[in-house]
Design a protein around this ligand. Sequence first.
Ligand SMILES: NC(=O)c1ccc[n+]([C@@H]2O[C@H](COP(=O)([O-])OP(=O)(O)OC[C@H]3O[C@@H](n4cnc5c(N)ncnc54)[C@H](O)[C@@H]3O)[C@@H](O)[C@H]2O)c1
Length: 334
Amino acid sequence: MKILITGSSGFIGFSVAKKLLNQGHLVHGFDSMNNYYDVNLKKNRKKILDKYKNFSFSKGKVENNKSLSKSILKFKPDFIIHLAAQAGVRYSIEKPRIYLHSNIIGTYNVIELAKRVKVKHLLIASSSSVYGANKNLPFKEKDKTETQLSIYASTKKSTESIAHSYSNIWKLPITMLRFFTVYGPWGRPDMALFKFTKAILKNKKIDVFNKGKMYRDFTYIDDVVKSTELLINKIPKLNSKKKYKYDSISKVAPFRIVNIGNQSKIYLIDFIKTLEKELKIKPNKNLMPLQKGDVKLTLSSTNLLKQITGYKPKIKYKVGIKRFVKWYRSYYNV
Ligand SMILES: NC(=O)c1ccc[n+]([C@@H]2O[C@H](COP(=O)([O-])OP(=O)(O)OC[C@H]3O[C@@H](n4cnc5c(N)ncnc54)[C@H](O)[C@@H]3O)[C@@H](O)[C@H]2O)c1
């Protein structure tokens, strides 16, 4: 398969690309290599991908249609996995405009080009944050999502809407991947596990929001990679004979939304306790109020993912944290 991956130097993009390259597919990466977090981490991920003969790369911004179209029209992918985005709930309060450009204009450009080259399937990263203030747990794909709490979440919801209309008009097969708090080796320095590990190892205080009274559905990177990989060839079709329980988002377009989560409720405080055991250092905690724009609870229903792919994410957080710490210690030599 010829697969174009945007955000290929990012945490999830790199991990997905590596898996697909190992399977022998031709992968073209596209990434701006921006400095939202440590660029060296992105460069080191890319260095690993560069070793593969079946990998090629272009540097550019997805909102720059000229540079994006050059890559896509030249590579002519069969599939596109669009993961490039300005991520992070907190930063979207400071710099909302970046989110509108990268996530909305950028995603629009990807969708339009996917239509032009007639890809077999376009997969786009959305986020559990689109469930916003929803109270019915676990979150299911068919639930209404009207109450996003941050600009980051709103941009992700907007892309779902744009994608659906394109899929309807052009019958372009699209799957939106609603990821739930992904963590693991090569993870993102702006996310809790990375920040906590770094601070604890330096004997610095860690900020614990909502005084730790919140839970997340933490999803291990290998489960995310496996789920994404399996979904590539599960192309949504109109009038498919195969009916899935929650696959009722659209009756008019070959469009589908799938939660990629672990379907387990992990209290932040338990998550920190496990990390403490792993690092063998007791953290000093700054108990803080809930951050603006943040949600207190996330929990996915992964029934649809299971029905479509036969796969259910399974890595327990204690195992995942152990593997992360092992990677962190070896990567940073601590
Ligand atoms: N990690 C998670 O827990 C999580 C949860 C929900 C959704 N997501 C979504 O999954 C996708 C991948 O997330 P990630 O954790 O790998 O993030 P990441 O920041 O590590 O990766 C994103 C990559 O995209 C690149 N990028 C950013 N803006 C760009 C632009 N305008 N043009 C081109 N490249 C650009 C960055 O340089 C980076 O390498 C994102 O769309 C994110 O919103 C992630």
